[in-house]
Write a protein that binds this ligand. Structure first.
Ligand code: NAD
Length: 288
């Protein structure tokens, strides 16, 4: 391996400490702590783990953490009514409805019902539009975390070739918008892209957010590239156990890359740290 391993855990810890310091300032100024409320519908075990981790991180940062658990069969109207109540609750600065939602609920409708000022996931069309047009707003956590890692390593990325693979609203598209705002030359690849290898070979910065284990072959990676692997894929091992792996062939890519994130321990911890940062930002913005 020649690439430098990007330590997302350490970077996330530093960000969480700075958020905790910001929370102390907020409490001194306003006499209350910022509050993040998470809504979990159904009993998907992976979602339950995410929600538990988010709650623990919120408390550790000195913020108020609240959780609402609704049964999988809850009517859409009841979920929308809860969101409306949280929008109107002055103690709630951030609202996060854990995705995915059960099939009978229209997630776009639920996202659109959240007050954009409390939309700490940054998924509301108003916040997506703000990002696309260069206005300040709440930006999705995962791409924000990726950009922090990229800029810490590369500094000014103006003019660099950046390839984002995946065009979801939560990772790929906002990632492309953030890199564009930093004046990188951005290519957004997706399932219909022809000759992905040729695009990867040109990229100084590669962000893979697909959900297909080892889609990006190590031999495609440009020498010295900064490789950010967002993919979180659980694969079965011969002994019957499972492990998490990314979208990039880690060992082969690490021979060529300049820097690379591990999976787990790269982007994942940054996502939660950025959620806390967004909650603090939302609290300050609402209290001005
Ligand atoms: P998604 O399924 O919404 O989008 C996947 C994208 O990949 C699509 O835009 C699709 O066009 C593209 N794609 C599919 N096959 C492709 C191919 N063969 N070549 C090129 N592009 C292809 O997924 P998502 O929600 O954006 O998540 C992507 C991955 O990132 C998943 O593994 C997810 O678990 C992970 N993720 C991790 C974090 C984190 O905090 N680490 C956060 C969010 C998502």
């Amino acid at each position: 391996m020649t690439a430098v391993l990007i330590d997302g855990k350490a970077r996330a810890l530093a960000l969480r400490e700075s958020v905790a310091a910001g929370v102390r300032e907020f409490v001194a100024a306003h006499g209350r702590a910022p509050g993040l409320t998470v809504v979990l519908v159904g009993d998907d075990p992976a979602s339950a783990v995410y929600v538990r981790n988010k709650g623990a991180a919120t408390l550790a940062a000195g913020m108020v953490s609240a959780e609402h658990r609704l049964p999988a069969h809850v009517p859409e109207a009841a979920l929308l009514a809860l969101v409306a109540a949280l929008n109107n609750d002055p103690a709630v600065d951030g609202i996060l409805v854990q995705m995915p939602l059960p099939r009978h609920i229209d997630s776009d409708k639920v996202i659109a019902a959240i007050d954009p000022a409390k939309d700490v996931d940054g998924f509301h069309p108003v916040n997506a539009g703000r990002l696309a047009t260069g206005l300040p707003g709440l930006v999705p956590c995962t791409p924000t975390g990726c950009l922090l890692l990229i800029e810490e390593i590369l500094g000014d990325i103006s003019g660099m070739e950046a390839l984002v693979i995946g065009r979801s609203n939560i990772v790929g598209k906002p990632m492309a918008a953030l890199l564009t705002a930093k004046s990188a030359t951005v290519t957004l690849a997706h399932s219909r892209t022809r000759d992905l290898a040729a695009h990867v070979a040109r990229a100084d910065i590669l962000v893979a957010a697909v959900g297909v284990p080892h889609l990006v072959k190590g031999e495609w990676v440009r020498t010295g590239a900064c490789v950010i692997d967002v993919g979180m894929n659980r694969i079965a091992l011969p002994d019957g156990k499972t492990r998490l792996t990314g979208d990039v062939e880690f060992e082969a890519a690490a021979v060529r890359a300049g820097w690379i994130t591990p999976v787990p321990g790269g982007v994942g911890p940054m996502t939660i740290a950025c959620l806390l940062a967004n909650t603090l930002k939302a609290a300050w913005a609402r209290s001005i």
